[in-house]
Design a protein around this ligand. Structure first.
Ligand SMILES: [Mn+2]
Length: 347
């Protein structure tokens, strides 16, 4: 028997009604995702944007992001409607309702945080990152969800299912596809496949989505990946650990464009026996560290404890305010042994 309910999250009707009454009396509604947006953040913003525009054509619906989009979502139909960075500032004042999607803390809107905190708007979080900050009026948080768009699917379904169309389903599917790494990560469960199956009924062009997201890289990016694989990927077998580091100089050499490093952090995990990986990217003032795990190590905890960051059990990130080589050395020589000591204590 088909269990249709497996694709829904238990957002109760009271919560929907509470949001609806705020939205219906609002004139301007701001929908914003996190800084350095990934396709799930962009898709979450745009799926809600299209949904609310359809539901309330007379209202001012503002899709927004704190900074630039990754290039693999440039094909999205509504990217030019998105307000970016400082363009968003006035809307924190004029909006009566703010949706915060794919983020769990105010600081995840980056430089816009102060405006968000000062805003008197009714605030709603829809998200799947663990341990959300309690600063909003309504919190819809399911850390077990594979993507935020997966939760949005339930949300729009319960809000007004008649409005879900091919366009909305395309955005929801894209967030789910990318956050599960093409349904490969552990987060892709029975529900994710049920949601995907449901989305296909809206006649979305699955092949085009996959083509645009994954087979859309530049020649420079492919050459950078070749360089990374041959010269930069290192393995520490005793920790089942692999890592990559990239300096600003190396990125310049390959005409690095924002997003070109996407998925590099996962590359070491393709090696037999490697279950934990890191990517160190030099930035102007810090080193951005991304972590992935396919084993028992909770990289969200590691990022929180050692990298002033956070994330999910299997995917997380943070920063190290050190020169690149010092950051790598510190991670390998000091942090890595501690992580494994804790592992053994926990076992
Ligand atoms: Mn996400």
């Amino acid at each position: 028997m088909t269990k249709i309910y497996t694709m829904f999250y238990p957002i109760n009707q009271n919560t929907i009604d509470k949001i609806k009454s705020q939205v219906e009396s609002a004139h301007t509604i701001l929908i914003i995702g996190h800084t350095s947006p990934d396709p799930d953040a962009v898709s979450s913003v745009l799926s809600l944007y299209v949904f609310f525009k359809k539901k309330y054509p007379q209202k001012n619906i503002i899709p927004a992001l704190p900074d630039d989009l990754p290039t693999n979502v440039f094909w999205f139909e509504h990217v030019n409607d998105i307000k970016l960075g400082q363009q968003v500032v006035p809307y924190f004042k004029t909006a009566q309702v703010i949706f915060l999607v794919d983020l769990n803390e105010a600081k995840r809107v980056g430089e816009l945080e102060q405006y968000l905190r000062q805003s008197s708007a009714f605030k709603i979080i829809i998200d799947h990152h663990p341990e959300p900050e309690q600063f909003v009026d309504v919190l819809i948080s399911y850390p077990e969800a594979a993507s935020t768009t997966e939760i949005i699917f339930t949300f729009v379904h319960k809000y007004d299912s008649s409005l879900i169309d091919k366009q909305i389903a395309t955005y929801i599917f894209t967030g789910l596809l990318t956050d599960t790494g093409c349904f490969c990560h552990d987060s892709a469960n029975e529900r994710s496949f049920a949601v995907a199956s449901e989305l296909l009924k809206y006649k979305i062009d699955k092949n085009r989505i996959i083509q645009e997201i994954y087979n859309n890289y530049s020649y420079d990016r492919m050459r950078l990946m070749g360089y990374v694989l041959v010269e930069k990927m290192k393995i520490i077998p005793e920790y089942n650990f692999g890592y990559i580091s990239l300096s600003l100089e190396e990125m310049r050499r390959f005409n690095y464009k924002y997003g070109d490093h996407e998925n590099f952090v996962n590359l070491p995990l393709s090696i037999k026996g490697i279950t934990f990986s890191a990517m160190f990217m030099e930035q102007e003032k810090t080193v951005r560290v991304s972590l992935r795990s396919t084993g028992s190590i909770d990289v969200g905890m590691v990022a929180k404890k050692y990298l002033n960051g956070g994330g999910h059990k299997n995917a997380a990130g943070g920063n190290m305010d050190l020169p690149l080589q010092n950051a790598v050395n510190k991670f390998i020589n000091e942090i890595l042994p501690k992580i494994f000591e804790n592992e053994q204590v926990n076992d």
